[in-house]
Design a protein around this ligand. Structure first.
Ligand SMILES: [Zn+2]
Length: 360
């Protein structure tokens, strides 16, 4: 329904954009000279050419002279932008999206191939390893850090819990993984990552230390989103024997069993009305539930997650609150809000007078 008519496709596959002397490019120029076309659409400027002096000649002189409108979709260049029609806006939006999806599919396919080959695909190396200077997709042992990893596994094997190990490492001022491998960027909540039970647990459960490469641990939700989801273990692509192990399989398996037996008895999850909806005012982290057992009944309290996982780092305070009181307060607030929008008198009147509804 737009009045664009496609005259021809001009493609110069395999010819570098560094030169403008390309068969289809020349054919296109000829068609312009012969007044066959008045609109050129390219994905991006690099498809058109890479020589900036030539580009400015075409964009600023030649096309204007010939009355040709030029659009480079992803670069947002449109030499006829002043009288941009509604049609054109939609057309461009469609192309933009299509190119984006196409590119993302190509990137994904390339990644899948590399994942199957057992190539290391993370930006930052795993704590204890370095990127091989000769091959960016291969790990070599970091001789300074590997002993720390071995020690963490030994402590765990000897019965220390991840929380206890975290405390030992904090007391010894051992550098945390983010400080070693270089991804020490500030997190959204502005809290510096310290040694806590999760940091330790992630190390203890990481099969990289066995010399394995595990790819596909996370997956992007779609090409538009930066969000990722964690993939189940059976969907990950694991290749063994890809680099020198730091931990032997026997130790690793013993530690896995110990973690498993501990988690199954300790963690109990509860369902409550405001689950996942209340956050700590100070640090923004979700609040979690802590049961407090009394002889006859259990009272539940809310507690800040930052405090819970990093107690010894003193990053936040407990923010302890009685769950029942908080829930009642929230419900009362919601009711109050609803009442503000509801003219009770008016609706009561309607309800009382209109006893019958006639349908014609
Ligand atoms: Zn907090």
């Amino acid at each position: 329904d737009n009045n664009i008519q496609v005259y021809d496709d001009y493609t110069d596959d395999g010819v570098s954009g560094a030169t403008f002397d390309r068969p289809d490019f020349n054919r296109m120029i000829k068609d312009i000279e012969n007044k066959k076309i008045n609109l050129i659409i390219v994905k991006d400027l690099s498809r058109f050419g890479r020589l900036s002096s030539k580009i400015s000649y075409y964009l600023e002189e030649f096309f204007i002279e010939k009355g040709v409108r030029f659009i480079a979709v992803t670069d947002d260049i449109d030499t006829g932008a002043i009288e941009t029609s509604e049609d054109m806006v939609q057309f461009k939006a469609f192309f933009n999206e299509w190119f984006l999806r196409d590119t993302s599919r190509k990137v994904r396919n390339g990644k899948k191939t590399r994942a199957r080959e057992g190539k290391v695909m993370t930006t930052y190396p795993t704590y204890g390893y370095k990127k091989d200077p000769l091959d960016n997709n291969h790990y070599v042992i970091d001789p300074d850090i590997a002993p720390i990893v071995r020690r963490i596994f030994m402590l765990a094997r000897n019965g220390k819990t991840p929380t206890e190990i975290g405390k030992i490492l904090t007391d010894e001022k051992t550098l945390v993984p983010s400080e070693i491998v270089g991804n020490g960027h500030t997190r959204k909540d502005g809290i510096k990552r310290g040694w806590n039970r999760n940091t330790v647990k992630r190390i203890l459960q990481n099969v990289t230390y066995l010399g394995w490469v595990s790819n596909g641990n996370t997956k992007k939700i779609n090409y538009k989103s930066k969000k990722t989801m964690i993939m189940p273990k059976e969907d990950r692509i694991i290749k063994k024997g890809m680099h020198t192990p730091i931990i032997d399989e026997e130790t690793f398996n013993i530690v896995q069993d110990m973690i498993k037996s501990r988690t199954s008895t300790r963690v109990k999850s509860y369902d409550w009305l405001l689950k996942g909806l209340v956050c700590c005012k100070e640090c923004g982290k979700k609040l979690s539930l802590v049961p407090q057992k009394h002889p006859n009944k259990t009272t539940f309290y809310l507690r800040c997650n930052t405090y819970a996982t990093n107690t010894h780092l003193g990053l936040c305070t407990p923010h302890s609150n009685n769950l029942e009181k908080v829930t009642d307060f929230v419900i009362e607030q919601i009711k109050k809000r609803c009442r503000e929008f509801l003219d009770e008198e008016k609706y009561t009147k309607i309800a009382n007078t209109n006893k019958f509804i006639y349908i014609y």
